[in-house]
Design a protein around this ligand. Structure first.
Ligand SMILES: [Mn+2]
Length: 437
């Protein structure tokens, strides 16, 4: 129950943002209200959403189309479908709907997900737990939040569980404060009432933090929605597409296949997901489709300029000083093909930086000419070390991180180790240099 005694799933459906002509509009935007009265997942009572116009990164208009001149109505500007099999279309069958407001077929790419199976799993469920990974990034948060919104518009009750405290810099993505921490905001036994768990943007036990124990022991069926190459058996049915540049793409494509229009807030969340997982459209995972997806999300209400400012021009002085330390410490090996640096626990107090301020610092190291692999060793406040791997040549970071029980993508991966910094640094440097000889 929240402060007004209203269960979380009784909150108003999203404002109508559907254009006329969307067949499923009334059903999707007016989900049947649950008659069931037990609390499934409590809504945090002390957070009020700001008005939409105040959301950084969202354009103020409430419809799908940007009113700006020169921008065509998105429902009329759909390019011919790039897939050959979109001719026979059936709503909710996993195929793309014939027309779907903010869904742009040209932005959707053929992947490896069995969409009709995924949609069937979602349709069978009524109460759904959505959980994502520790040290959440914009893809984890944006994908989970947009997915929760779309599920609610299908008439589902959703509980968002995060094994983390929301980093302050990402709170704008979750203005309603929807993420619950298991054991504090919501109890495991409350979640046992769910009939589906969706694990978003990870396939690794270590990434599930303090939610792992419940996920290991629960009787609730589980599915994974993810794009990471490496994967562990989470006891879940996997819906994975390693060719997707972000889980955000998969959530967008799901909405398209469900005939759900993307509202402006979801567009912001998904744009943030895709833009950050591609290093703002720089990484090798970026392809022509990525820009089409970004365009579709921009049409749906995301404002890239505001989002960029919010994400990359919003640093604290502490982060700036921490960056300075990291850059000063940088060392080269293998004649400059390998660059590395590190963060010590004492750096946080000395600079005033927060643990979340270490995000992406490893990418600076890749700016050195001739660098093929970059490593960052980060002493965690909670004990242990995180090692971040980046590459821009043919080296596979997920394989390098895999040597130490970690994983991720070809160009970006990570691992957690428990030995002291000097030992981990030597061990990892030796192994990576041996692999790069
Ligand atoms: Mn991701």
């Amino acid at each position: 129950m929240n402060a007004s005694g209203v269960p979380m799933w009784e909150k108003s459906p999203p404002d109508g943002d559907q254009p006329a002509g969307s067949v499923e509009t009334s059903r999707l935007d007016n989900p049947p209200r649950a008659s069931w009265q037990n609390p499934f997942c409590n809504h945090r009572p002390d957070m009020q959403p700001p008005p939409l116009a105040d959301f950084p990164g969202a354009t103020a208009h409430s419809g799908e189309q940007r009113p700006a001149s020169g921008t065509e109505n998105s429902s009329r500007s759909i390019s011919p479908p790039s897939r050959s099999n979109v001719a026979s279309l059936e709503r909710n069958s996993g195929d793309l709907p014939a027309s779907s407001s903010s869904c742009q077929k040209s932005a959707v790419s053929a992947g490896s997900i069995n969409w009709s199976r995924l949609i069937a799993r979602l349709q069978q469920a009524q109460q759904i737990v959505v959980v994502t990974h520790v040290r959440p990034d914009c893809d984890a948060l944006g994908s989970s939040l947009a997915l929760a919104n779309f599920l609610e518009r299908m008439g589902k009750q959703v509980c968002l569980v995060g094994p983390f405290d929301m980093p302050p810099s990402f709170r704008f993505l979750d203005p309603e404060g929807r993420f619950r921490r298991l054991g504090r905001d919501v109890q495991p036994e409350q979640l046992e009432q769910a009939d589906l768990v969706i694990i978003v943007d990870t396939s690794a036990w270590a990434q599930l933090g303090d939610a792992a124990e419940w996920i290991r022991s629960t009787k609730v069926p589980k599915i994974v929605l993810d794009h990471h190459r490496s994967s562990e058996d989470l006891g879940a049915e996997e819906f994975k597409d390693p060719t997707a540049e972000a889980t955000g793409r998969l959530v967008y494509e799901l909405a398209c296949r469900l005939g759900i229009s993307v509202d402006p807030m979801s567009a912001v969340q998904l744009f943030a997901a895709v833009a950050t997982d591609t290093g703002w459209f720089r990484f090798g995972s970026t392809r022509a489709d990525t820009y089409r997806l970004a365009a579709a999300l921009t049409d749906a209400g995301a404002a890239p300029d505001q989002l960029y400012q919010q994400l990359y021009e919003n640093d604290s002085l502490g982060r700036l000083r921490l960056t300075g330390r990291v850059l000063c410490r940088a060392e080269a090996a293998l004649g400059g093909r390998l660059i590395y640096s590190w963060i010590e626990r004492s750096d946080f107090e000395a600079t005033g930086a927060l643990p979340s301020d270490t995000e992406d610092l490893v990418n600076f190291l890749m700016g050195v000419a001739g660098a093929e692999v970059a490593l960052m060793f980060i002493e965690l406040a909670t004990g242990g070390l995180k090692v971040s791997f980046r590459s821009k040549a043919h080296w596979d970071c997920s394989q390098l991180a895999g040597l130490f029980g970690g994983g991720g993508h070809r160009q970006a991966a990570g691992a957690f180790l428990t030995d002291p910094l000097p030992i981990v640094r030597q061990k990892v440097l030796e192994a990576v240099q041996a692999a790069m000889q």
